[in-house]
Design a protein around this ligand. Structure first.
Ligand code: DP6
Length: 355
């Protein structure tokens, strides 16, 4: 795939003012994106579940202007601390959407999950904004097809935050070239719709072990994969895991699903522990939760599966049919390991929507 097709170069836009609103979800990776090259090109392919309840709602108000300017409002209040990241994003996408140079924007955004929950909002936030900008492009180019709309939004979202490009699509989404996924690309995510029905309503309960800011930003974390002693093997392993996971997803093979997903989470943390400088992102309660989940799973012959992002919180994944047992484990045992006993119930979702 060539970046050329994503360049929309309209020098002079008609004087249209307006606004557009998108709701876009967060996602949880099963095979992790960790390491990138150049302009947001992933060092290995990844696959994620798009979530349902954790999402960002963004309204983009636009007015024709002499030059590009913008302001960010979070729940109605100006939030200047968000502006450097958005500025960088707008600068990056300028060559693909030159029309933004002729607008002044107001970005009004809010998350359904608390900013202080330790849950990354970059995937939902940047995908929602990318969708809003692609909506403006669609008003300027009425020949744009619905499928290209999503591709372009995914392309732009990636430039904001890598994992954001996966949030455009529902359910299971692949990003990064891999031989087993036809049309897979480093530039955009693609939906994977061949999975067994058990994965259609998978649950994700996010156990909030640490609600603080991330110890290491993902940008710093990705960079640690440059010159990492194990990076080459890790990138090869991600390809293999993705290929094996594809088979398990198609067959509904939950045991293999668990083995690959948990190994991916622990490998991500192992990469952080073995980089220079090194970091431990888990907390004692992360390990307490993992041990309790493994013991309970064994005892009751269940398929509860843990995964982690680059932080201490634990995502507990399980089929809908095991919800009762999972909730009983959470409310009787795991809740004690969560900060202020908090957790968020989420599940596989149907992707971004225009409001
Ligand atoms: C551990 O997408 O947040 O969640 O591209 O620098 O914005 P940037 O990184 P980001 O990295 C996410 C890393 C991860 C794994 C994943 O979601 O695949």
């Amino acid at each position: 795939m060539n970046v050329q097709k994503f360049i929309f170069d309209k020098r002079e836009v008609e004087s249209i003012d307006g606004q557009t609103t998108w709701k876009s979800p967060s996602n949880i990776a099963l095979v992790k994106y960790w390491g990138k090259i150049g302009e947001q090109i992933p060092a290995n392919p990844s696959i994620s579940f798009t979530l349902n309840n954790c999402h960002t709602l963004t309204t983009l108000k636009y007015k024709k202007a002499e030059s590009l300017s913008f302001k960010v409002f979070v729940e109605g209040v100006r939030e200047e601390s968000f502006e450097p990241k958005i500025k960088k994003f707008l600068e990056r996408i300028q060559k693909y959407c030159s029309f933004i140079e002729q607008y002044s924007f107001e970005i009004h955004t809010k998350n359904t999950f608390p900013h202080s929950s330790g849950i990354a909002s970059s995937a939902s936030g940047l995908s929602a904004l990318a969708l809003c900008i692609t909506s403006i492009e669609k008003t300027l180019d009425n020949t744009m097809s619905d499928s290209f709309f999503k591709e372009k939004a995914s392309f732009l979202a990636r430039l904001g935050s890598g994992s954001a490009c996966r949030s455009i699509y529902p359910e299971l989404v692949v990003w990064g070239e891999n031989q087993s996924f036809e049309n897979s690309s480093d530039l955009v995510a693609i939906p994977f719709d061949g999975a067994h029905e058990v994965f259609k309503d998978f649950q994700d309960t996010i156990l909030l072990v640490d609600k603080g800011q991330k110890v290491v930003s993902s940008t710093v974390g990705h960079n640690l994969m440059h010159n990492h002693p194990f990076s080459k093997q890790r990138f090869t392993q991600a390809h293999e895991n993705l290929e094996q996971l594809k088979k398990a997803l198609i067959e509904g093979d939950l045991k293999t699903f668990t083995a690959i997903v948990e190994s991916e989470a622990l490998t991500l943390h192992a990469m952080m522990m073995t980089s220079n400088p090194y970091f431990i992102l888990m907390k004692p309660n992360t390990l307490n939760i993992i041990e309790e989940v493994w013991a309970y799973r064994e005892k009751h012959n269940l398929n509860l599966t843990i995964t982690l992002d680059a932080g201490a919180n634990v995502h507990l994944l399980y089929p809908k049919s095991e919800e009762k047992q999972a909730m009983s484990l959470i409310n009787n045992t795991l809740i004690e390991f969560c900060e202020n006993k908090s957790y968020i119930c989420d599940e596989v979702g149907s992707g971004s929507v225009e409001i």
